[in-house]
Design a protein around this ligand. Structure first.
Ligand SMILES: Cc1cc2nc3c(=O)[nH]c(=O)nc-3n(C[C@H](O)[C@H](O)[C@H](O)COP(=O)(O)OP(=O)(O)OC[C@H]3O[C@@H](n4cnc5c(N)ncnc54)[C@H](O)[C@@H]3O)c2cc1C
Length: 399
């Protein structure tokens, strides 16, 4: 019988697939057809996730096409208030984040998964049953239903997926709902190695190198937001961007509007089924943490599955198998979300006194060596409990 069935071929499912297949388990991914969207979703991979993907070869592939982001710049009404260097991190080999399209990340992960011996089926999981030895799902494809069984199942089917609901696990909001607009644009005049958070009393603008061809721009939508034209993005860059470097929009490649929420599943699995990535938690993209969290989930569950295999996956799972994963990743995700919510709140201040206090705080953080590194470690998810990545993950993937 198949060892692990993964539902979903986004970054989370593919990362779990790569790590498990490389460790010698039989793994199959079932994925619902997702129409190609012109715009990428995630555009940054932080150092912790880069280290997790390294043994699969994906980090090297992406490094060849992505932009190396070495610092985070914070600006208040165009003036710098803090500058955080990623290469001050000491717990990782990666002193940079990669600006890279999620399409490229998924393509690199999929080929690594297939090379490692994994298999992919097209189809939509619509029903799920499990007992103490196996999980069986019904998969709909071309109007036909087929069943697939495995010792374990990973639900990595994203925010709108089916597995969490089929397990009867609810998801609760832990933060505000926000609407935002993104654009990928070719822009002259901006640094290629800085992700910038530009805050003004009239609203913010995040600017990140997206890959070597384009930049990602993002801002929160309000009733008086401008339209999504190149001229409007140029105006926003002029009004909100760094005063020292004027960016000139040459080409607007794509734009999209989104509604996002901060929410966490009540449990990260049930019985022989584990949830990971957006099926277990969703967050607004400010700070670029959602996909990175999914990659860390995938590493945290993969090494546990590899360890469980030593006793035979057909045997009852160790009592603490799921609780341990659930506790580690729930608390990690709550920390990541707290940082993301705080970041969004800092960027949304309108009151002059609050803005002055915030600007002073960022300047002090940037100047203080410990606070400086702590800030970068938080953005890189190197501060989370359990540290699902480097040591244990490399053991799993080299097993
Ligand atoms: C505008 C935007 C910008 C973002 N920027 C960043 C960023 O810079 N950094 C970052 O870390 N994150 C970012 N994110 C978040 C990131 O895109 C998601 O967190 C990430 O895609 C989650 O990956 P996933 O694999 O868990 O789920 P998904 O990518 O949603 O993949 C789910 C998979 O499951 C499949 N599926 C769904 N239902 C079924 C079913 N019933 N049966 C079988 N298959 C099914 C889908 O077809 C798909 O293959 C951003 C998101 C948005 C919207």
């Amino acid at each position: 019988m198949l060892d692990v069935l993964i539902v979903g071929a986004g970054p989370t499912g593919l990362t779990a697939g790569c790590l498990l297949a490389r460790a010698g388990l039989s793994v199959r991914i079932v994925r619902k057809h997702r129409p190609f969207s012109g715009h990428s979703r995630a555009s940054v991979i932080w150092p912790h996730a880069l280290a997790i993907l390294e043994p699969t070869g994906v980090t090297d592939v992406l490094a060849a096409s992505g932009s190396r982001v070495t610092r985070l710049g914070y600006y208040s009404s165009g003036d710098p208030i803090g500058r955080f260097e990623i290469d001050r991190l000491t717990d990782t080999r990666y002193g940079f984040a990669l600006g890279v399209s999620q399409h490229d990340t998924e393509a690199a992960l999929e080929s690594a998964f297939l090379v490692a011996g994994g298999e992919v089926d097209d189809g939509e999981v619509v029903h799920l049953d499990q007992d103490d030895q196996q999980v069986t799902v019904q998969v709909r494809s071309d109007g036909q239903l087929a069943s697939r069984s495995a010792r374990l199942l990973v639900g990595a089917d994203g925010a709108g997926g089916a597995v969490r609901g089929l397990l009867g696990i609810a998801m609760a909001d832990v933060g505000p709902r926000v609407s935002f607009r993104i654009a990928d644009a070719v822009i002259d005049g901006l640094p290629e190695d800085e992700a910038a958070y530009c805050w003004t009393p009239g609203g913010g603008l995040a600017i990140g190198p997206h890959d070597r061809r384009a930049y990602r721009l993002a801002y929160r939508l309000t009733p008086d937001s401008p339209d999504a034209s190149a001229a409007s993005f140029q105006r926003l860059l002029d009004e909100r961007g760094p005063r020292t470097r004027r960016g000139v929009v040459r080409d607007l490649v794509s734009t999209a509007d989104f509604e996002a929420r901060f929410a966490i599943a009540d449990a990260f699995g049930l019985g022989r089924c584990l949830l990971a990535g957006d099926s277990a938690h969703v967050m607004a993209p400010a700070g670029g943490q959602g996909m990175n969290s999914g990659i860390l989930d995938a590493a945290a569950l993969s090494w546990r599955i590899v360890e469980a295999r030593r006793n035979g996956l057909e045997s009852p799972l160790a009592e603490n198998f799921l609780q341990d994963y659930d506790a580690e990743r729930q608390s990690a995700i709550r920390l990541v979300m707290a940082t993301a919510i705080e970041h969004a709140r800092d960027g949304g201040l309108r009151d002059g006194a609050e803005i002055a206090a915030r600007d002073g705080r960022y300047a002090a953080m940037s100047d203080d060596p410990r606070a400086h590194v702590d800030r970068v470690a938080r953005m890189s998810q190197l501060h989370v409990p359990g540290n699902p990545g480097n040591r244990r993950e490399s053991e799993a993937s080299h097993a």
